[in-house]
Structures are given as structure tokens and as C-alpha cells.
Design a protein around this ligand. Structure first.
Ligand code: ZN
Length: 340
């Protein structure tokens, strides 16, 4: 089983705040009712054993100042608890950031900047900036961490030519052409997790990336990077997947061309479920996504997929941890944010 992020060895230290209480927006805003409380939560979670570490030089045991900031004994610089987090230099109240993180993580299909601007009373431009900053929290790990059965598939994102005005159409671009569409490659590991009730439950984790094309030379190095040797890989009949057996994988093909969609456990329907989820997120919420930002929307979709079995409070704890620069995850044993 693969946890969502690249998890380093974690030492579990309970913070003063029980993130399990934040199972609704009401509970979140009731607890974080002042700027002081928000900052206190960041301090307690960031330096959970009370040892304040300088974000500039790494010196331990920095001292508190009367103005709520800290002073480093090494480089003699003053810093606030926000230095090195996504909230650094923000002029907005922290609660607006927390609510934005809560909304983006709890809405199944994401949230538009217009909606967020109305929800937290900021301008649309500010909301757009906040959402993009929050999306930076969703990097995908770059290590080999998929094993067992992995489905691979590719999809083309971009508007259909038939909906465009005649003068705007590019000839011969229907289907899988990369002239007007952007190819995205995805890998999905099927696995089984133990849920809260102690029962086994099917789960899957996904990685997806914008790629230049769907050639063998592009796709196979990505597979090699993310999927452990000896795994089983299931793909469609695309030529680019030829020769995976020689790379140390057991390769099975679903022949979509001859209308074969599943042969026992040999299918790519799970990853196709992810693609349709992703397409709905784009068409239903963000409408049109530029190539420049496409990867960050994909990262958002992957995060939502990979954390879909978490509760709202778990997902918020996860996001909160990432926002203050912790590689963290929620465990199913007890409360507390994990910190590295
Ligand atoms: Zn320092």
C-alpha cells in the first residue's frame, strides 16, 4: 500500500489541537476565532516539541520575542511563524486561508475562484491567487512507489473541434491529435486497505502527468520511475507500451479496438473512472484550463482521488500540515498530526 505523499520516517507527536474536531466548517471557524489562535496552531504544529528552529539557518532553540515573533541566536534574524509556509507575507487573515483550504479539499469537484471570493469575502483575483498557491501543496512524489497491479492509460485534454467556429478549427485534429490537445499520462495502483471498521476495502492511488506525446520514449521512462520492477501492468493496445515485459514487468493488454473492456482482472476501468472524474472537475468547475496550469489541476484531482476515503477533518489536517511545510499524513491510530 502506498501512502499519498513521499513519507519519510515519521515520529509521532500529538499536538495540542485535535484535528478530528474539524469535521465541519462551523467547527473550524468556531475554533480558529482569532488571528492569535491560528498562529498558535501553526507554532504548535510546526515545532511540536517546543524547539523553534530558524527557517533561515536551521539553528535550534530560537527565543520568543514579546511581539509574538522569534529571534535566532545563530543568524540573529527575527522571524514569524509564517516564514517558510504558504502564508508567508500574506496580508489576509489566516482564517480566510484555513477556510479556503477546507473548501477546496472538501468540495468533491473543487471550487472556482468566483465561488471562493464570495464565500470568504475577497476579490476574485485574490481568490484565484489563493487557490493557485494552495494547489502548490499538491506535488506528487517522484519516487518509485507503485507495485502489484498497476493500470496505465493516457487521455487527451482539450476542446472538441466540432464545437469551435469554422474559422477557429484546425484540420485533422480529432481524437488523439496533439495539435490542439494536451496528452496526460496516468498510472493507478490497485490495492486493499483496512478501513475504520477493520474491514478490507478496495482502494487505488493515482499519479498523472502532462506529457509531450504518447510515444514509447516518453511513457516508458515514467513507468520505470514510478512502478517497481516485477509489478503487473495493464494497458490498452497502444504501441508505446510494447516491450514492457523486457523491462521486468508482467504486461497485460485490454484490446479496446476489438471491444474488449475487461477480461477477469485485466481491465483499465479504474483509471478511466479517474479520467471521467477529472474531466467532470474541469468541465463542471474550472471550464477552461490553460496548458500552463493543467498540471496543477491534475495534481489537485490526484490529491482528491488519493484522499477520497479520508474524512473532512483528516483531509484538512493533511492540508494544514502541508501548508506549513510538513510532510505529513493522518494515521488511523489515534489523533494528532504526524510530524517529521
Ligand atoms: Zn538563523
Amino acid at each position: 500500500m502506498v501512502p499519498y505523499l513521499c513519507i519519510v520516517e515519521l515520529k509521532r507527536i500529538a499536538t495540542m489541537i485535535d484535528f478530528r474536531n474539524f469535521n465541519s466548517l462551523i467547527a473550524l471557524t468556531a475554533y480558529f476565532n482569532s488571528e492569535k489562535r491560528c498562529k498558535q496552531a501553526i507554532i504548535e504544529s510546526r515545532w511540536c516539541d517546543g524547539d523553534v528552529v530558524c527557517p533561515y539557518c536551521g539553528e535550534h532553540h530560537c527565543v520568543s520575542r514579546t511581539d509574538g515573533r522569534f529571534r535566532c541566536k545563530g543568524c540573529r534574524r527575527n522571524f514569524s511563524c509564517l516564514v517558510g509556509t504558504i502564508f508567508e507575507n500574506t496580508k489576509l487573515p489566516l482564517i480566510k486561508w484555513f477556510v479556503a483550504m477546507y473548501l477546496i479539499s472538501s468540495n468533491k469537484k473543487g471550487i472556482s475562484s468566483y465561488q471562493l471570493s464570495r464565500d470568504i469575502d475577497v476579490t476574485q483575483a485574490t481568490a484565484w491567487y489563493m487557490l493557485h498557491k494552495i494547489r502548490l501543496l499538491y506535488p506528487q512524489s517522484n519516487t518509485t512507489n507503485f507495485e502489484g497491479v498497476v493500470e496505465c492509460d493516457e487521455v487527451f485534454i482539450g476542446g472538441k473541434e466540432k464545437w469551435k467556429h469554422k474559422s477557429m478549427r484546425t484540420p485533422r485534429t480529432q481524437g488523439r491529435s496533439t495539435k490542439t490537445k494536451t496528452p496526460v499520462f496516468g498510472m493507478m495502483e490497485r490495492c486493499v486497505i483496512i478501513n475504520e471498521k477493520g474491514e478490507e476495502e478496495n482502494m487505488s492511488y493515482v499519479h498523472a502527468f502532462v506529457v509531450e506525446n504518447t510515444n514509447k520514449a516518453t511513457l516508458q521512462p515514467i513507468i520505470k520511475q514510478y512502478v517497481a520492477e516485477g509489478s503487473t501492468i495493464i494497458t490498452d493496445e497502444l504501441m508505446a507500451y510494447g516491450g514492457l515485459n523486457q523491462l521486468g514487468y508482467s504486461h497485460f493488454i485490454v484490446n479496446h479496438g476489438s471491444e474488449e473492456y475487461a477480461n477477469g482482472d485485466i481491465f483499465t476501468n479504474s483509471i478511466e473512472g479517474f479520467w471521467s472524474h477529472f474531466r467532470r472537475m474541469i468541465s463542471g468547475c474550472y471550464h477552461d484550463v490553460s496548458d500552463e496550469h493543467l498540471q496543477s489541476y491534475i495534481n489537485e484531482a490526484c490529491f482528491r482521488w488519493n484522499t477520497r476515503k479520508m474524512s473532512e477533518s483528516e483531509r484538512f489536517a493533511h492540508m494544514f500540515g502541508m501548508s506549513i511545510g510538513m510532510v505529513c499524513r493522518w494515521t488511523d491510530i489515534g489523533a494528532g498530526l504526524m510530524c517529521a
